[in-house]
Design a protein around this ligand. Structure first.
Ligand SMILES: [Zn+2]
Length: 290
C-alpha cells in the first residue's frame, strides 16, 4: 500500500510531465461506468462521471502537490479552478505515456480506470488492480472535509506538538502506540510498513499503550517516524510485490527495511514476531523493542 514516501515519489515523477498541460478528454473504464450505474462507486467518487468530466476537461494543470497519502492536482481555466484529488488505495498507480499500449506492465495496462488525455501528447493514466483507490474532482477542499483533518506534514515544525496533543487525548491515551501513529489525524502519511520500522528504531513495542510510554519514548517514536519517512522519500519509496511508483519505476527503500516482511531482525539478528494490531499485520522484535 502506497504510504507517504511512495506517494511523494509518484508526485515527483508525474509533475514535470503534466504541469502546464491542458486536459483535453477524460475516459473511464467499464468497471468505473458499471460501478456508477449500480450505485457502487468505483474509483471515481463523490460526483457523477458527467460532472467529473465537466470539472476536469479543458482545464489546465496549474500545480501538483502531496498531502499525507493524497495527491492534489490543481487545475484552472479562464473562469475558475478545481482540484483533482487522488488516493491510491492498495494498488493505485499513475502512468504518463503517449498511449495505453505503452504501459509495459500487463497487470497495470489491463487495469486502467481513468485516462486524462493531455494536449502535450501524453496521457495521465490511473491504473488500479484491486480498485481501492479513489479520484475526486472537487470544487474546493471543503467538499471533502476528512482531508482537512489530516495532521500537519510530519516534516514541518508544528507536527511534533500536534502529535503530542493528539496522542495524549482521550481518544488515543489508552490505545496501542501503533494504532495512534497509523491515524492520519495524529501523523500524516505513516502507514503500516513505516510504522513497524519506526517502532523498531525507537525500541518501543507496537502494543504498548500511549499512556505507558515515557515522554522520551513518545518523542523517539515521532522522531523515528519522521526519519523513516524521510529515508523512504530519498530512496524513491518501498516497492513490495508488484507495487510501482509511477511509470513503472520501483523504489529501493524495501532493501533498507529491518523488520517489515522480515523473518530475522535487521538490528539484532533475532527472530521477528508478528501480531495483528488494528487489523494490520505488525512485525516486531521482542529483543530490540520493549
Ligand atoms: Zn532485534
Amino acid at each position: 500500500m502506497p504510504e507517504l514516501p511512495e506517494v511523494e515519489s509518484v508526485k515527483r515523477v508525474i509533475t514535470p510531465k503534466i504541469l502546464g498541460a491542458t486536459i483535453q478528454k477524460v475516459t473511464f473504464s467499464d468497471k468505473v461506468k458499471i460501478g456508477k450505474e449500480i450505485g457502487k462507486e468505483t474509483i471515481v467518487k463523490g460526483t457523477s462521471l458527467e460532472l467529473f468530466k465537466e470539472r476536469t476537461e479543458h482545464y489546465k494543470i496549474a500545480s501538483v502537490y502531496r498531502r499525507s497519502k493524497y495527491i492534489f492536482i490543481e487545475i484552472e481555466n479562464e473562469q475558475d479552478n478545481k482540484i483533482i484529488m487522488c488516493h491510491f488505495g492498495m494498488t493505485g498507480a499513475f502512468f504518463t505515456v503517449p498511449d495505453l499500449s505503452n504501459i509495459e506492465i500487463d497487470n497495470h495496462r489491463k487495469h486502467w480506470h481513468v485516462i486524462f488525455e493531455l494536449d502535450n501528447g501524453l496521457q495521465l493514466i490511473y491504473t488500479d488492480i484491486r480498485r481501492f483507490g479513489e479520484l475526486r474532482a472537487l470544487d474546493e477542499l471543503t467538499e471533502y472535509p476528512s482531508v482537512l483533518k489530516i495532521a500537519p506534514e510530519p516534516f514541518v515544525q508544528e507536527a511534533y506538538e500536534h502529535y503530542l496533543d493528539k496522542i495524549t487525548s482521550k481518544k488515543f491515551m489508552n490505545k496501542p502506540i501503533k494504532v495512534a501513529i497509523l491515524d492520519h489525524t495524529v501523523i500524516a502519511g505513516c502507514g503500516n510498513i513505516y510504522a513497524c520500522e519506526a517502532l523498531l528504531r525507537a525500541g518501543v513495542l507496537p502494543t504498548r499503550t500511549v499512556k505507558d510510554l515515557s515522554q522520551e519514548e513518545r518523542k523517539n517514536v515521532f522522531d523515528e517516524v519522521v526519519n523513516v519517512l524521510q529515508e523512504g522519500i530519498e530512496n524513491g519509496g518501498s516497492s513490495i510485490s508488484d507495487y510501482y511508483n509511477a511509470d513503472g519505476e520501483k523504489g529501493t527503500m524495501q532493501d533498507k527495511h529491518n523488520i517489515y516482511g522480515k523473518k530475522v531482525c535487521g538490528q539484532c539478528g533475532g527472530p521477528v514476531e508478528q501480531k495483528v494490531i488494528a487489523t494490520r499485520n505488525t512485525h516486531y522484535c521482542p529483543n530490540c523493542q520493549k
